[in-house]
Design a protein around this ligand. Structure first.
Ligand code: PLP
Length: 370
């Protein structure tokens, strides 16, 4: 399928071709032992994530979405609480807030698509309980002012760090700034399982204790249920594969950053805006998103020339049908809304050469005649 394009977007088949032997060895190792739930492979993976990120606890789960919900639940967020979050994200950020019974309250974003700390401050009410910044594309939201606001107003913070593996802010790994953080290992993230997966990071012993119980029915032992929980355990085969892939993550992200730099150096500014990478940031580029004039026509032009792109996303979260009940309307978050009309993710995955990205970048300039 990828052969259709000179410059394809998705890397999963290439990944399998490259890793086939090791992945099959992982499957064989796990299945031949005959234990398939919460085994040592899972705990080894969690320890490896702690070593990698610097977090004290890693609780592996079914998905990043579950990590968001279980993190908020473990912090006691629920009905009557408001959680401030940006209108630019995957729907799961808002969905998780709605699903635990709390109310999402949006604050507009900066040029770089992360939540604007000044806008957060304006949205605080007596019901505000928490802030959920989103590290969109693997760029860490501006956590210093966000944590400062949280301290001054006595608020909890959960990072949507779904895309933040191998992303840094002032030398510190994503997902280690707030009370807890949710990471996704979905197939399209930089560290990916062989299906769904995710984990919660926290330094807080009590949040970790509750999340560990909650993911496995609240069972302290086989016949001792101390609270009613859910089943959100990371698959054991995925844990074994994730251990292997965590060792390779740095290389994956380096290749993606190299390709991002090709776009940055070739595409002429003006009709296209590419958020700069500030000196204190290291972006992991789960996607490489440019903000482009006449986006839909550009996308068609690129497809016609063999370059596959994706729109992440064309609709701001407050404008989805599911968000109708919160009473937002078009015009409420002008920065986010304008970005949704302009965003285009260019192909930059690790199996593309610099030449392939340069070909796509030249096409972008050609489209605008610059
Ligand atoms: C992928 C993603 C999620 C959801 O993670 P899943 O593992 O797919 O449940 C949440 N938020 C953001 C920003 C994401 O990119």
């Amino acid at each position: 399928m990828a052969d259709e394009f000179k410059v394809p977007f998705i890397d999963l088949q290439m990944r399998y071709e490259e890793e086939r032997e090791e992945i099959l060895a992982c499957v064989d190792r796990v299945l031949s032992k005959g234990h398939l739930v919460l085994t040592e492979e899972v705990f080894e993976f969690e320890q490896k994530v702690c070593d990698y990120t610097g977090a004290k606890h890693c609780i592996s789960l079914n998905s990043g979405t579950d990590a968001l919900m279980i993190g908020m639940w473990a912090m006691g967020i629920g009905r009557d609480d408001e959680v401030i979050t940006p209108p630019v994200s995957f729907v799961a950020s808002t969905g998780s807030i709605a699903h635990i019974g709390a109310t999402p309250v949006y604050a507009d974003v900066l040029d770089d698509q992360t939540i604007d700390p000044a806008e957060i401050e304006k949205k605080i009410t007596p019901r505000t309980r928490a802030i959920m910044p989103v590290h969109w594309v693997g760029r860490i939201a501006d956590m210093d002012p966000i944590m400062d606001i949280a301290r001054r107003h006595n608020l909890l913070v959960i990072e949507d760090a779904a895309q933040a593996m191998a992303a840094y802010y002032k030398g510190r790994h994503g997902g280690t700034f707030a009370h807890c953080a949710a990471v996704s290992a979905h197939p399209l993230k930089n560290l990916n399982a062989i299906g769904d997966g995710g984990f919660l990071l926290t330094d807080d012993d009590e949040i970790a204790r509750k999340a560990k119980l909650y993911r496995t029915h609240g069972l302290e032992s086989r016949d001792n249920c101390v609270m009613f929980g859910v089943n959100s355990r990371l698959d054991v085969v995925s844990a074994e594969v994730l251990k292997f892939r965590l060792d390779r993550l740095k290389g994956v992200v380096e290749a993606r950053r190299r390709n991002a730099n090709v776009y940055r150096s070739i595409i002429k500014p003006g009709p296209v805006f590419i958020p700069e990478e500030k000196a204190h940031e290291q972006v992991s580029y789960v996607m490489f998103i440019a903000q482009c004039d006449d986006r839909d026509r550009l996308q068609k032009y690129l497809v016609d020339h063999g370059v596959q792109t994706l729109v992440y996303y064309g609709t701001a979260l407050h404008l989805h049908k599911a968000a109708e009940k919160y009473g937002y309307k078009r015009g409420d978050f002008p920065v986010a809304e304008r970005q949704c009309d302009r965003v285009l993710a260019l192909p930059h995955m690790q199996y593309l050469s610099e030449d392939q990205c340069a070909y796509a970048a030249d096409l972008v300039n050609k489209f605008y005649g610059v």
